[in-house]
Design a protein around this ligand. Sequence first.
Ligand SMILES: C[S@@+](CC[C@H](N)C(=O)[O-])C[C@H]1O[C@@H](n2cnc3c(N)ncnc32)[C@H](O)[C@@H]1O
Length: 280
Amino acid sequence: MMDIDVEEFDQVNYAHLRDANNLMDRIIDEKGYEFDTVMDIGCGSGRVTYLLDSRIHCHKIFALDIDLKSVKYATHRHASPRIQYSLQDISVPWAQLDPKIQQLEGKVDLIFSNRVLHWIENKQQAVANFYRLLKPGSGSLYANVTTLWDLFYDLPEEERKEYERMIYIPNEEEQVEQLHQLFEKSRFDSINIESTILRQHYPSEQFKSVILPYFPNLTKKYMVEKNGHKRNQIMASGLYEYIKNAFLRLYCREIFTTKNGQKSSEFELTYGQIRIVAQK
Ligand SMILES: C[S@@+](CC[C@H](N)C(=O)[O-])C[C@H]1O[C@@H](n2cnc3c(N)ncnc32)[C@H](O)[C@@H]1O
C-alpha cells in the first residue's frame, strides 16, 4: 500500500493528471473514443477515473483499488452513473478475485492504469489477470508505470554496497526488459514499452509534506527483505531518512520565484515513466 492520505494526495496529483491525460490522448489517437467495457486498475481517489469517463464514451467503467479509504473517497467524490468503484487487489490469484470481477473474463475492451503497477509486487499475477479480463482479439491495455532510479550512485563504494545489500533497483533497461518478459509470459500479442524522463513542479510545502514521503514508501517495494514488518523496522533505523535525502539531492531542485512581489519556492521533481501498450 502507498501509506498516503488519499484526500491530501488528491490535492497535489498534478503529475498524475498530466500523465493520465497523455495516456488518454494516446488511447484516443490509436483506438478512438468508443468503448463498451473499461477497467481502471488502481483508481485511487477516482479523479483520473472521472476524467477517463469524461474523455471517452463507454458503457461501463469498473474502477478497482486495493485501498478501502480510496474506494470510499472515489465513490463519494467522483461518482458517475457509468463508474463502479470496488475494493480489489488485482494481484491475487484469479480464483480469489471478487466473483463480479471474474464475470468480466474475456469481456473488457480497455484496461487503463495510471501509475499503479510499480506498487504491485506480484506483477506476474496482475498481468495474468489483465490478460484473462481482456476481450480476445481486440482488448487493449494502456498503462503508465513510475520508475525508481539508482539512489546510491554518488556514495563511496563500500557505503554503496551496504545499501545495495538492502535494496535492489534494476536500471532503466532492466526494468523495461522485465516488464516485457512479464507481458510475453502472459501471452500478450503485441507489446510496446517505452521509457521517458518527466519533470513536475510542486509548491514547496506540499512537495515536502505529501510527495516526498511517497518515495521511501515506494522504495520499500525494492527491498531484498520481503517481510513487511521487518521492512518497516529497517526503514525506521535510518534508511527512510537516507532515501528522502537521496531523492532531494539526486532528483529534486528547489526553484525560487517571485509573484506580485512575494517570494516563494517550488520543487522540480525529475522522475521516470514507463508506458506499456499491449494487445490481447
Ligand atoms: C499512485 S496511485 C494512482 C491512482 C490513480 N490511478 C491516479 O492516477 O491518480 C496508485 C494506486 O494504486 C493502488 N494499488 C496499489 N496496489 C494495488 C493492487 N495490488 N490492486 C489494486 N490497486 C492497487 C493504490 O492503493 C493507489 O490508490
